[in-house]
Design a protein around this ligand. Sequence first.
Ligand code: ATP
Length: 608
Amino acid sequence: MTGRAPRAPLGWLGALLVLYLLIPLAAFAIRLAGSHDRGFGTPGLWDAARISALSATISTMLIVSFGVPLASWLARSRGRLGTVVGLIVQLPLALPPLMSGIILIYVVGPYTRVGQLFDGRLTDSIAGIVLAQSFVAAPFLVISARSAFESVDPALDDLAATLGHRPLARFTRVDIPIAWPGIRAGMLLTWLRAFGEYGATVLLAYHPYSLPVYTYVQFSGYGIPTTQAPTAIALGIAVVVVLISRIRRFGRRRPQAVLPEPMEPRPAPPTQVTFDLDLHVGSFHLEIAHAAQSHRVAILGPSGAGKSIALRAIAGLLGSRAGAVTYAGQAVADTATEARQVGYLPQTHGLFPGRTVWQQLLFATEADPNAASWWIHTLQLDGLQDRLPEQLSGGQRQRVSLAQALSHRPRLVLLDEPFSALDAPVRDELRRELRRLQHETGLSTLLVTHDPEEAALLADEIIVIDEGRILQAGPRAQVYNRPASPQVARLLGIQNLHPGVVTAGGEVRSGAAPVAAYTAGMPSGTHVLWSVRPEHVRITPDGAYPATIVDVADIGTSYALIVRLDGGPELRVRTIESIALRAGDACHLALAPNDLTVWPAPDEPAAG
Ligand SMILES: Nc1ncnc2c1ncn2[C@@H]1O[C@H](COP(=O)(O)OP(=O)(O)OP(=O)(O)O)[C@@H](O)[C@H]1O
C-alpha cells in the first residue's frame, strides 16, 4: 500500500475543463476547413488586422515604459500609498471593458477639455484605439512584472551598490534581468489583451476598425459566415504568441572566459572604522557608538540584536541619517554606498543569477581583471570561471562572493555572517582562508556574527551588542578573559557560569563548596555569578578542590570532561593531557583565583 490518495477524480475534473476549452476550437477548425469561401479576401479585413497589431504594439510599448518602473516601485512599497496604487492598477481588470470605454469618454471624448485640445480627433483614431487598449491591458503587465520584481532579493541590490552601481544601473543590470521572465510573460499577455480588445475600443474609437470591431460589424451586417477569416487570424496570432511565451533559452552558449595574467592587487591601506549610529528600523532602535582601534573588528550578538542593521548602516545602505561613520578618519556619512569602496558579503550568498563566476568577479564598476584572475587563483576557484551560481557548491559560492567583494580593491570588507549556512568542515576551511588573507594581505574587515569562536578567529577587537545597544567593546583578549557581565559571558559561549554568594572570608560559596576568587569590593552575602573557562580547570592530585568525575569524552585532539565539585556545581573541563580517570572516580581540581571572573548577580546592585 502506498498510502497515496487516488488522483483519478481530480484528473477527470481537469480533463473535463480541457475538453470544454478544446471542443469549440476544434469545431471552429472543422467548420473553417469545410468552408468554400473563408472570407480572407473580404475588403477591410487585413487593414483591420494591421490596425489591431499596430495599436496593440504601441499600447504595449507605452505600458511597458510606464508599467515596468511602476511595478518595480509597487514590489518594494510597504506603505498605504503602495496598497492604494496597487488597487487602482487592478481596477480596469475588474471593470467590464464597455464601462472602461464610457469612463474614458468622460476624459478624452470629443467634448471634454482634453478632447478639444486635439480638435475632437483623439477618439475615432488609432490614438483612440491605443488609449482604450492601454487602459484595459495595463494591469496584465503591471501585475505580472510586480510579482517578478518581488522575487528579486533586495540583498542583491545592496550588493550591487557596494560594487559601485548607481540606482539606475542597479535597476537595469540587476532587477530587470532577474525579473525578465515575468516581465516578458506580462508583455505578451498585454499585447494579446490589447490586440483582442473590443468593449472599450468600440465606444471610444469605432473607426478605424480594429479586428474585433471589424468582426462585430461583419457579424451584425452579414451574419456569422463572414467572421470566419477574422476569427481564424486572431486564433492563429494567439497560438503564435502563446508559443513564443513558452520558448525557453535552452542551453544558451556563453563565451568561455579567457583569464588574463593574474596580478596581486596592491593592498588597500588598513582602515579603522568609527561610528555613532542612532536609527529606527520599524520599531527597532539601534543606538551604538564605537571608535575601533584595530582594522579587524567583529560585532557579536544574538539573533535580532541589530548586527545586520549596524553593518548596513556602516555600509551606507540605510542613508546618511543613520548616523556618523568614518573610514580611516574620513567622514563618509554623506557618501553614497557606491562611492564608499566597500566589499560586502550579505547573509544570503550574494551572487547574481544568470552570471558566470567570471562575470560576477567583473561586475564591480572598478573591477580589475588581473586582480580578479589573481583572486580566482588565490581562492582556489581555478576552472570554475564559466560556471553559473547554481553549478557551485555552497563553499564555492562563498569563495566567489568573497572574490567578487575583493576584486575591486575595497578599503573595508563587511561580512554579514558569511559562513553561517555552511556545514562545519567547509565553514572551518573558509574561516582559516579568510584569516590567512587578513594576515597576508592586511585586509580590513568588519564581521557580524553570533558565533564567539568565529569572532575570536577573525577579529582583534570585539563589540558585543544586544537589543540595539553595546554591552562591551574592546580588544579580543580583554573581552574574552574579562566579560563585563554575565550576559556578555553567555553571549561569548562561556560554559562554566554558576551562581554563588560572597563569604565573610572573601571566597565565593557555590552550593556548599567555597571557591577562592577575587571578590574585592563585594560585601559578604552579595549574590554573584562566577565563571571559569574549561581549559583553566586543572585535574591534579595536589588540587585544593575535591571532586568527582561525571563524564569523560575523548574528542580526538583533547578530552572534554564534566566534573562535579564536592558539594558544588558541575564544571566542564577541557584538557589535552591523557586522562586515565573514569566516570565515578574521585579527583582533585586546581582553580587559580586569577582565572575566575565574578560579577554581582544581575538583580544585585554592583558593588565597588
Ligand atoms: N525592515 C525591517 N522592518 C522592521 N524591523 C526590522 C527590519 N529589519 C530588521 N528588523 C528588526 O530589527 C531587529 C534587528 O534586526 P537585524 O537583522 O539587524 O538582527 P541581527 O542581529 O542581524 O539578527 P540575525 O543574527 O538573526 O540576522 C530585529 O528585531 C528585526 O526583527
